[in-house]
Design a protein around this ligand. Structure first.
Ligand code: FUB
Length: 369
């Protein structure tokens, strides 16, 4: 999972820890590994892990009936060697976390969905999201099918914490990873999804899946970058009502972000929210380890790149959700404070602040010495 040349110093440190045992990078990174161990001992963080009895990541938070629910990935140590394809993220079930208020006790509500109960699933239950509509809770999840192609499934429950029952087939027309479901103020739902590298989005560049396509080759540097997809959901919440469209992210001159622009282009981890009538498309830049945002006037975009929400955290991946709770805005995110290992993460929350002009104050998860 390493592309060292794009890593800032901090992420290089985190990546080196994750690569212990990976021969190709171990030889070059002995100094970094030492530095990481020191960093893990001394680093101070602005927030504490919300739970520590299990590893959790990719937190999608929602307020349902006045209570906070977090739908995270459930990280496990499956003993799978780390690689650029993300095979080491070999998760097998979901647990829903709940809390009455920010800062209050966090409850683990047990297994909400197990991979063995998803008829079409092969391996790797990655970042989920949830929605509530008309008496039913919907859990949206990416998982590789039995041919090792990521698709997105949906499961339903009458309870926000499950257990959820999976539909027998993936959502028709869905692909790749990281579904994020947004309810607009007119009641319409949209799913944003996609992720490059291990998320396989590059294998869909020509419109159909290329099973032998590259794991990391994303096209020419000066061409528009691959980007997230968006599709409106049907009234039954179980299918797309249209073909997915590109989520265009433009630079300050109105030009699409380019493949070479690793600091700003989309990688994975879409999350949409609305603030003061504007649509905030937020996402991870993956190999540059940032959470960024872009603002538009429609749920379909285009969105204009505006800046960084969260600087690189400890660990390789970064993934989040942004929610308003009792008049304040919160960023739910993850790092590797508990384990120091890329694939064993822990979810956290911190307040997020908008300036009067709608821009977001950049967050650094490290306390300055
Ligand atoms: O948790 C597995 C993958 O790592 C997620 O799907 C990505 O967003 C990244 O956080």
């Amino acid at each position: 999972m390493l592309k060292i040349k794009h890593l800032p110093a901090l992420a290089l440190i985190g990546a080196a820890v994750a690569c212990q045992g990976n021969k190709s990078s171990q030889a070059n990174s002995a100094d970094s590994i030492t530095a990481t161990k020191d960093t893990n001992k001394t680093a101070k963080f602005i927030s504490k892990p919300l739970v520590s009895h299990i590893y959790t990541a990719d937190p999608s938070a929602h307020v349902f009936n006045g209570k906070i629910y977090i739908y995270p990935s459930h990280d496990i140590d499956a003993g799978v060697p780390e690689n650029d394809n993300g095979d080491h993220f070999a998760m097998r079930d979901y647990h829903v976390l709940s809390m009455d208020s920010i800062g209050g006790p966090v409850k683990d509500n047990g297994v909400a969905l197990d991979i063995k109960d998803i008829p079409w699933a092969g391996r790797q239950l990655w970042a989920p999201d949830a929605a509530y509509e008309n008496g039913t809770y919907y859990l949206y999840f990416p998982v590789k099918d039995k041919q090792d192609m990521f698709q997105i499934g949906v499961a339903t429950s009458k309870s926000p914490v499950g257990p959820f029952k999976a539909q027998p087939q993936p959502i028709k027309g869905s692909f790749s990873i990281d579904p994020s479901v947004f309810k607009d103020t007119d009641g319409s739902y949209y799913m944003y999804f996609g992720g490059i590298w291990g998320g396989q989005l590059q294998r869909w560049a020509k419109g159909t899946y290329d099973a032998n396509g590259s794991k990391t080759d994303l096209g020419k540097d000066n061409e528009p970058a691959l980007t997230a997809k968006v599709a409106k959901l049907g009234k039954n919440m179980l299918e797309f009502s249209e073909s997915p469209k590109d989520v265009m992210i433009l630079d300050e001159n109105g030009k699409p972000l380019l493949t070479k622009d690793h600091d700003r282009r989309f990688f994975e981890g879409s999350w949409m929210y609305k603030y003061n009538g504007k649509y905030y498309f937020t996402y991870s830049t993956g190999d540059t380890h940032r959470l960024c945002y872009a603002i538009g006037s429609s749920p379909y975009g285009p969105f204009t790149y505006k800046g960084v929400i969260l600087k690189p955290v400890q660990g390789w991946t970064t993934h989040h959700s942004i929610v308003e709770i009792k008049g304040k805005w919160y960023l739910f995110y993850h790092d590797t404070e508990l384990s120091g290992k890329t694939w064993l993460r822990n979810v956290k929350v911190t307040e997020l602040k908008h300036r009067p002009d709608g821009s977001i104050e950049t967050i650094d998860e490290f306390v300055k010495p």
